[in-house]
Write a new protein. Structure first.
Length: 425
């Protein structure tokens, strides 16, 4: 019999081929849309995303995706569509063949009906229009990109060993979209053109998503500064010892709790920002950029405009962790101080208890002495009653008989009490 397959063998193997690059030929255009829920997007209802895609496909009479699908490729009318579901967002890319009436024509975005956009289960994170045409002379490329994009933020580079020239300024135009252009040589393969367009969409998407971490840091900044000042003040109070240690410890515990809450609320965003930043760098790296006529490359644009924001996020994350660690260490030190103070108080209490116990022992010894006298008195009296009949026989008076008996009785009582106390101890 053949060997049994693991239940996930085919699913895991097919996952590596699940999201193929589009196959495109120049000239063509692409319109791109990324939608994200405003909050808690990672745990959103993904069925709502599929329902929204299905609604769009129904308008064009296109086939539906499989239930629970995380990606879809198909035809909508004369155009091709690619849909992908990610951890926090979904993306729609529609590929249109040929030229538009004018480059980056906002009418191309009408492929997404307005009423359908209004019902999207989320908000637009980014949208882009990508113009692809055969590569003209370099002078013509320079003239076109200068006309289409903002010069001070324009990035232009040759990629994939000079087969394609890409350009973009990462700005949002008056229609609300980012713009990218790709000029491809006539001998460039259709799959390679598709990969370039896909990379441009991914760079724009993950760049935008990672900037959410920067926005989070800007919101946290004032509160982090306030907590830092409060923590420093508590450290001064702990050093000076002017305030009660219990009060200072309560303040440190409150600050530690708030820092832990901030860390918990920001940990996902900081982690996602790091992952998105890595994807942006990797996507640019695989393009194998070369400078085009002295213009800045995409990597240089990111280094000058994007990397500082990412360094700010990382620095804020480290600062938050350092503040939390500092608060924990200060709390531990103050707890140790409180414990030492309480140990000293307990020592004094034990000393006072020892003194009281010593006084009680002395009192007890005094009482024992009195007890010997009292018991001896009653014992002598009882002995007298027993020995009175013998007084006349031996010719002694009662007083002399009691005097002779008293000392032995007292000694016997004293010895008996000592023996009893020894057994008790």
């Amino acid at each position: 019999m053949p060997i049994a397959d693991h239940d996930l063998r085919y699913r895991l193997a097919n996952e590596l081929h699940a999201r193929p690059f589009p196959i495109l030929s120049a000239p063509c255009r692409a319109v791109f849309l990324a939608v994200k829920q405003p909050s808690d997007a990672a745990s959103r209802d993904r069925d709502a995303d599929l329902a929204h895609l299905t609604n769009l496909l129904d308008r064009y009479g296109a086939a539906h995706p499989q239930p629970g699908a995380t990606h879809y490729s198909g035809e909508i009318g004369k155009h091709a569509i690619k849909w992908e579901s990610h951890t926090e967002f979904v993306t729609y890319t529609v590929f249109l063949s040929g030229y538009a009436q004018r480059p980056f024509d906002p009418a191309d975005f009408d492929v997404f009906p307005k009423d359908w956009l209004d019902k999207a289960p989320g908000v637009r994170m980014t949208s882009a229009m990508i113009h692809v045409e055969p590569r003209p002379e370099d002078d013509q490329i320079a003239a076109k990109v200068d006309d289409w994009f903002v010069p001070e933020s324009l990035a232009v580079s040759e990629v994939l060993d000079g087969e394609v020239v890409i350009a973009g300024d990462f700005r949002i135009d008056t229609a609300g979209h980012s713009r990218f252009a790709a000029f491809v040589r006539n001998d460039t393969g259709e799959r390679r053109i598709g990969r370039v367009v896909q990379r441009l969409c991914e760079i724009e998407t993950y760049k935008t998503m990672s900037m959410l971490g920067f926005a989070r840091v800007r919101d946290l900044g004032p509160r982090m500064s306030g907590i830092d000042a409060e923590l420093s003040e508590l450290m001064v109070q702990m050093t000076s010892g002017d305030d009660p240690s219990e009060m200072t410890l309560g303040g440190l515990l409150r600050v530690s709790a708030e820092l832990e809450a901030l860390s918990a609320q920001s940990s996902f965003r900081f982690g996602a920002t790091g992952a998105y930043e890595a994807i942006v760098g990797q996507r640019i790296e695989v393009l194998r950029e070369k400078r085009f006529r002295g213009r800045q490359t995409f990597a240089e644009f990111m280094m000058r405009r994007y990397d500082p924001a990412m360094r700010t996020v990382k620095a804020s994350e480290r600062r938050l962790e350092a503040m939390a660690d500092r608060a924990i260490r200060a709390g531990d030190l103050l707890r140790t101080r409180v414990e030492v103070e309480r140990s000293a108080q307990n020592q004094k209490l034990l000393e006072s208890m020892d003194k009281r116990a010593d006084m009680q022992l002395r009192l007890q010894e005094t009482v024992e002495g009195l007890s010997v006298v009292a018991i001896s008195y009653y014992a002598v009296s009882l002995a007298g009653y027993l020995l009175y009949p013998l007084a006349e026989v031996i010719g002694l008076s009662k007083g002399m008989l009691l005097a002779m008996v008293t000392l032995p009785v007292v000694v016997m009582v004293w010895l008996a009490i000592r023996r009893i106390r020894a057994r008790m101890e």
